[in-house]
Design a protein around this ligand. Structure first.
Ligand SMILES: NC(=O)c1ccc[n+]([C@@H]2O[C@H](COP(=O)([O-])OP(=O)(O)OC[C@H]3O[C@@H](n4cnc5c(N)ncnc54)[C@H](O)[C@@H]3O)[C@@H](O)[C@H]2O)c1
Length: 317
């Protein structure tokens, strides 16, 4: 297959591209490096079947030749990143999704949207099944991301219904692993980088808020399975095992071998207290469930960051 992936320089886009290259497909990666990393593209460029286009996915893309899939993963993804790029985040998920859906129509391609558990906002239902509509403050600080993804889901559904595009929507819950940007401000990278640098770990609030953490290989397997199924409703992909921030911090410290006391900072506004996927739909539809235990996934991620901090002085500074 010939597959366009936006956000290919990012954490998830680069893992997805690699998996599809390994299967023998041809990949056109698009990225503007707003939060992605050039080293991810250098790695993918070792494959002759990988082509790269440096471009803004908010604007129409000029792609020659046929396409089997348009897979939209471009978007700032961590709160510090999207808070720095509010309009860009809205545009790539709104205008970008529209242009990419038009591209899918023009090429007769299928369309895949990387949505997020953030569409559930600060959920009033726990765990969150796909049928829950969410609790989002439309003018809160997180809305630029949450509402943009909600609109992207609506647009994708409208193109499926009105234009007959074969679409897929996944709601990704916190995912971690090698190739995350060490400076993107997500909790797993923050904890690992702080522990490896011998710094105290920063906990927001009392640390009793929970999240669930999915290892990247499990997510990519879920994506790959959904590509094979003609199903247009959203599908949660995440690991239902729930951790408090304190438990996660303690586990990272144990695996790295650091023992400094934690530093507490105030909880950011509208930070969800709990987040855990109900994955019944993915289990039934795809026969999928996460396989990599958090302890093992964290150990692999720590090994990656240890090497990165050792070999890239700019990251460790
Ligand atoms: N990692 C997670 O836990 C998670 C959870 C929920 C949803 N998602 C979604 O998955 C997708 C990928 O996230 P990620 O974790 O790999 O983040 P990431 O920041 O590592 O990757 C996103 C990539 O998109 C690129 N990008 C952003 N705006 C662009 C634009 N206008 N034009 C071209 N490229 C652009 C960035 O440069 C980056 O390479 C995003 O859509 C994100 O919302 C991720």
């Amino acid at each position: 297959m010939r597959i366009l992936i936006t956000g290919a320089a990012g954490f998830l886009g680069s893992h997805l591209a690699e998996r599809l290259l390994l299967e023998g497909h041809e990949i056109i990666g698009v990225d503007n490096f707003s939060s992605g990393q050039r080293r991810n593209i250098e790695l993918l460029s070792e494959w002759p079947r990988f082509h790269f286009l440096e471009a803004d996915a908010s604007r129409p893309l000029d792609i020659a030749g046929p396409l089997d899939w348009v897979m939209h993963f471009a978007s700032p993804a961590s709160p510090p990143r999207y808070l720095k790029l509010p309009l860009e985040t809205l545009l790539v998920n709104a205008e970008g999704t529209r242009h990419l859906l038009d591209l899918a129509v023009a090429k007769g391609a299928r369309f895949f949207l990387a949505s997020t558990s953030e569409v559930y906002g600060d959920p009033l239902v726990h765990p969150q099944p796909e049928g829950y509509w969410g609790n989002v403050n439309p003018v809160g600080p997180r809305a630029i991301y949450d509402e943009a993804k909600r609109y992207a889901e609506t647009l994708t559904t409208a193109y499926q219904q009105a234009r007959g595009v074969s679409t897929r929507i996944i709601r990704i819950f916190n995912t971690y692993g090698p190739r995350m940007d060490p400076q993107d401000g997500r909790v797993v990278t923050n904890f690992i980088v702080q522990a490896l640098k011998g710094q105290p770990l920063t906990i927001f609030g009392d640390g009793c808020q929970t999240r669930s953490f999915q290892y990247v290989d499990d997510l990519i397997e879920g994506i790959r399975r959904l590509m094979e199924v003609e199903y247009h409703q959203p599908v949660n992909l995440g690991n239902p095992e729930e951790y408090t921030m304190l438990e996660l911090a303690q586990l990272v410290q144990e695996l790295v071998g650091s023992r400094l006391p934690f530093v507490h900072q105030p909880l950011p506004q509208d930070d969800p207290r709990q987040r855990r996927p109900d994955i019944t739909r993915a289990k039934t539809l795809l026969g999928w469930e996460p396989r990599v235990p958090v302890r093992e996934g964290l150990a692999r991620t720590i090994a990656y960051f240890r090497e990165l901090l050792y070999t890239s002085p700019e990251v460790s500074s």
